[in-house]
Design a protein around this ligand. Structure first.
Ligand code: UAG
Ligand code: ATP
Ligand code: API
Ligand code: MG
Length: 535
């Protein structure tokens, strides 16, 4: 879905942009354009995008070199859609010359690295009066962002949210394609937020975003770090490289101050090397921090947050110790941006709705087995650490069987598949291994890797491989029912996603709907008309 654009703003001159990014005046006339420098200097642009398919009339098209293609190869399409000029590198410029695409061009060595400055100038976001909160970490960004945003809403703020699930501007919701938008879209979104009098924006900042200059031109008033564990090792060389990307958020170029959860070693390292002042928080009894979380012994959903000479008693209906950490991080974030203790205690929702994160699914009223004493949950765990955290929480709640459905995404970090399978088999009674988003990979090969991980741990867990997620969910419900009252079925990995990507095609698929249908069926195994999946 394309990002929103501000309704109106001044146009920017190409010459001004050239000066801003240090593109030499000689570089911005395409030799074949027939335009003299004088003509080119008169060119103005009203928007910017790096996707030829999203070009609007008057845009600057950023033609970037990529892993699969060079954006310059799509410059003709951009021109046909009304692009007024191009920002590219030398290779892009020569590709355009060869293809005979004559558009005024700004040529720089690394166009992606100037895109934040360019987008900020075009959409005029530099002097915005918007409190910016950025959240990074492997797991917990979306959950924490929702907790902060919903509390801000309770406190009467005009809030914006940008993350994995959606972008929210007031009441408008736009489904996300990525966790952190490209700089071109991000600055447009921030301009729209300003236009609609948003006062605070909370957003997830992925490691891809930090590595790819997507948040350039934004300075966060507060940066949060949740945790770090294995993910994205297809993109980052190793954990050190992944950590360095996240740590970039804690430099003076990108934030004013920070809040770091020091439960893991990476958080503690971050505190040591942070370039901005940071407050610390821990949920671990053996760690020191500015903010200490103590969970009530009798009631794991209640906890006390102590720090800065004050104390807050909070509750979270979201299962899992990790959600205590997420909730505490959200509460301290609100205090750090100036909210009063009483207001924060009141505003942190005890039962927040975070789409696809520990989300309970119930049978449709009147469903065939409305009497099921079964807890059914959809969760977004798609790393070994998240699978472990989510299933540990559910394990302690299960008095019957714990059945989990999981797979792993194709064309993403292959090395996490083993750990995901292993974590699941170490905790659940039944592991149903199936497909996530296979993308361009052979689904059976991905399942085999997850299964291998599950088999590597010596437990009594029953391991089942089911070709096709639709059938797997049905089978899991059947197996959970077999486990009797108090059983839990957890479908993890896709959370809020509403499609399944197989071989370049996204088929409609929503774990929550699939699970609900399976719960509604008297005999989930009797399924002659599959509605989705890869089988
Ligand atoms: C691995 C990765 O991050 N890749 C990003 C990278 O793609 P790339 O280098 O392969 O680009 P390419 O396909 O070769 O295309 C080159 C250029 O041509 C442009 N193009 C391409 C085709 C076309 O028809 N028209 C066109 O203009 C592209 O926009 C691109 O600028 O640059 C592109 C834009 O320049 C991004 O869209 C793309 O993100 C892809 C879609 C992606 O899937 N990214 C994921 C992994 C991601 O960013 N995930 C993070 C973390 C998720 C989380 O943990 O929450 C996120 O923030 O979402
Ligand atoms: N603080 C946490 N520590 C460990 N695991 C967590 C934590 N918070 C959430 N999880 C687990 O990780 C999953 C993903 O959580 P969430 O969507 O909030 O994280 P995220 O950082 O936004 O992930 P992504 O990068 O994929 O968008 C959850 O469904 C849950 O299983
Ligand atoms: N935002 C994450 C989550 C993907 C979740 C899973 N469903 C998959 O397809 O791998 C990513 O880009 O790695
Ligand atoms: Mg997220």
């Amino acid at each position: 879905m394309s990002a929103p654009r501000p309704a109106s703003h001044d146009s920017s001159s190409l010459r001004g942009l050239a000066l801003l990014i240090g593109a030499s005046p000689d570089s911005f006339a395409s030799p074949d354009s027939g335009a003299s420098h004088g003509d080119v200097a008169d060119v103005t642009v009203t928007g910017v995008t790096l996707d030829s398919r999203a070009v609007q009339n008057g845009d600057l098209y950023a033609a970037l070199p990529g892993a699969r293609a060079h954006g310059a190869d799509f410059a003709a399409q951009a021109a046909a859609s009304g692009a007024a000029a191009v920002l590219t590198d030398a290779d892009g410029a020569s590709r355009m010359r060869e293809a005979g695409v004559a558009l005024p061009s700004l040529v720089v060595e690394n166009p992606r690295s100037v895109l934040g400055a360019v987008a900020s100038a075009i959409y005029d976001t530099a002097d915005q009066d918007l409190t910016m909160i950025g959240i990074t970490g492997t797991n917990g960004k979306t959950t924490t962002a929702y907790l902060v945003a919903s509390a801000l809403g309770v406190l009467g703020h005009r809030t914006g949210l940008i993350g994995t699930v959606e972008t929210r501007i007031g009441d408008e919701r736009i489904k996300s394609v990525r966790t952190t938008p490209e700089a071109t879209d991000l600055h447009a979104i921030l301009a729209v937020m300003e236009e609609r009098d948003t006062d605070t924006c909370v957003m997830e900042v992925s490691s891809h975003a930090l590595s790819q200059h997507r948040v350039d031109g934004v300075v966060y008033d507060l940066a949060l770090f949740t945790n770090l564990s294995q993910d994205h090792l297809d993109f980052h060389a190793d954990m050190e490289d992944y950590f360095s990307a996240k740590a970039q958020l804690f430099t003076r170029e990108r934030s004013v101050r920070g809040l770091v959860c020091v439960d893991d070693i990476w958080g503690r390292r971050l505190v040591e090397q942070s370039g901005v002042p940071v407050a610390t928080l821990t949920t671990q009894p053996d760690q020191e921090a500015d903010w200490i979380v103590t969970v009530d012994e009798g009631e794991p959903s209640r906890f006390t947050l102590r720090g800065n000479g004050t104390e807050l008693d909070l509750r979270s209906a979201l299962p899992g110790d990790f959600n205590v950490a997420n909730t505490a991080m959200a509460a301290v974030a609100l205090l750090l941006i100036g909210e009063e203790v009483d207001a924060v205690s009141r505003a942190i929702l005890t039962d927040p709705h975070v789409p696809g994160r520990m989300e309970k699914v119930v049978a449709t009223a009147g469903g065939a087995v409305g009497s099921d004493d079964l807890l059914a949950v959809v969760d977004y765990a798609h790393t070994p650490d998240a699978v472990e955290a989510a299933l540990t929480a559910l394990r302690s709640a299960a008095t019957g069987r714990l059945v989990v459905v999981l797979g792993a995404g194709g064309d993403r970090d292959m090395s996490k598949r083993h750990g995901m399978g292993r974590a699941a088999a170490g905790i659940a009674d039944v592991v149903v291994v199936t497909d996530d988003n296979p993308r361009s990979e052979e689904p059976s090969a991905i399942r085999a890797a997850v299964l291998e991980g599950a088999q590597s741990v010596a437990t009594d867990a029953l391991l089942v491989e089911v070709d096709g997620r639709h059938r797997a969910i049905r089978e899991a419900v059947r197996l959970a029912r077999e486990g009797g009252p108090g059983s839990i079925v957890a479908v993890v990995g896709k959370g809020h996603e509403t499609g399944q990507e197989v071989g370049g095609v996204v088929h409609p698929f929503d774990d929550r709907d699939e699970l609900r249908l399976a719960l509604d069926a008297a005999d989930p195994a009797d399924d002659s008309a599959p509605t989705g999946g890869t089988s």
